[in-house]
Design a protein around this ligand. Structure first.
Ligand SMILES: O=P(O)(O)OC[C@H]1O[C@@H](O)[C@@H](O)[C@@H](O)[C@@H]1O
Length: 349
């Protein structure tokens, strides 16, 4: 059962999530247009830039901070909680990002930003967040309403980048985003179900099948590793873990000694040409050290010239690997029953 053709994918992917994932290049372009159309007023924010959100909406902020790297000129923080960092002042800009507009942590952070008097900007399809923003006169970047929240990662990434530029936290990457969208299109074709049966995401999905993957990133690829982990959780419905280099060389590497006794664990190292040379050396060495106890391991490098291209290529790759992993398990990647159950219980209490 290792068929990952279009027919095999459609047999389990009832909601056609695969086509939404493959729409990433278009999402990047559409997000640029949506920010432009929202006509946000540039406002210098010496207090830094905070992205408040959860899941796919938060990871867009983390990916944006990674793409910017040392092109950021002010602190950029991600708030995945009911509140904001203790240092937040009225001089900060807070982007409240929630696809549904109904995520309670993000709604609480939105309120907290209002109490502090920080500049607020909202990105959402609607829900309570849009209603609150409307009532408060807070500008909204409207999102298209036909996706699973986690599929809208291209939107949350680009909107965070654009708002970072508008509030003086970083230079504008507008043209870099545009070029990256075109670059990603070619990858989407190559890696789609209709593409070759031995394409990179299909090969990785087959290699990880039946294992618990640990995804390791560093620098640019750290938040991408986390994205892969969460996509494995939500799409493939398996445990998965993310770790960072060089930190994992100071603890986690030792744990691999016991890996084979406890189960089938695999590793994916997300490499990038721009990483510190010693980190790149550590990736290769770590992969060699863990190979006796790892069920499988992969080292993949982002494709493209710019940081944006390379990061987006790895996001797309991880999204497709997680989807193909679901197909290999014979399950529909779209529903997230555990999350829905938890939300129902929380709503009752
Ligand atoms: O972007 P919103 O709608 O706030 O969702 C944030 C997160 O919520 C979770 O419960 C899941 O649905 C995730 O896939 C999603 O990324």
């Amino acid at each position: 059962m290792s068929d990952l053709s279009r027919e095999a994918v459609e047999a389990v992917d009832t909601a056609k999530q695969v086509d939404d994932i493959l729409g990433l290049p278009e999402h990047l372009r559409d997000a640029l247009w949506r920010v432009e159309s929202a006509k946000l007023e540039p406002r210098d924010a010496p207090g830094g830039f905070i992205v408040a959100g959860m899941g796919g909406s938060a990871v867009g902020g983390a990916l944006a901070a990674a793409v910017l790297g040392d092109r950021a000129s002010r602190p950029i923080a991600i708030a995945r909680d009911y509140g904001l960092p203790a240092w937040t002042t009225h001089e900060a800009t807070v982007l409240c990002s929630s696809y549904s507009g109904n995520t309670e942590e993000t709604l609480a952070a939105y309120e907290a930003a209002g109490v502090i008097g920080a500049q607020r900007i909202v990105a959402t399809t609607g829900g309570k967040l849009a209603a609150a923003a409307r009532a408060d006169g807070v500008p909204v970047v409207p999102l298209p309403g036909m996706f699973q929240p986690r599929v809208a990662v291209g939107y949350s990434l680009v909107i965070a980048l654009e708002v970072a530029a508008l509030c003086g936290a970083a230079e504008s990457l507008h043209s870099e985003i545009d070029v990256a969208a075109a670059h990603t299109e070619a990858l989407a074709t190559e890696w789609a179900p209709d593409g070759p049966e031995d394409s990179l995401p299909k090969e990785i999905a087959r290699g990880l099948h039946g294992t618990i993957p640990q995804i390791a990133g560093a620098g640019l690829t750290s938040p991408v590793a986390y994205r892969w982990k969460t996509q494995f959780n939500e799409n493939a419905k398996t445990p998965a873990f993310a770790a960072e280099l060089p930190e994992l060389n100071h603890n986690e590497i030792v744990g691999w000694q016991g890996a084979a006794e406890l189960g089938r664990f695999s590793a994916v190292f997300l490499d990038d040409s721009d990483l510190h040379p010693r980190v790149r050396q550590r990736i290769e060495l770590t992969r060699g050290f863990i190979s006796p106890t790892a069920a499988s391991s992969f080292r993949v490098e982002g494709r493209g010239e710019t940081r944006m291209e390379r990061l987006v290529s790895l996001v797309l790759l991880g999204d497709l690997v997680s989807l193909y992993a679901a197909v290999l398990r014979g399950i529909d990647p779209t529903p997230v029953e555990m999350l829905d159950r938890l939300k129902t219980v929380l709503a009752g209490g």
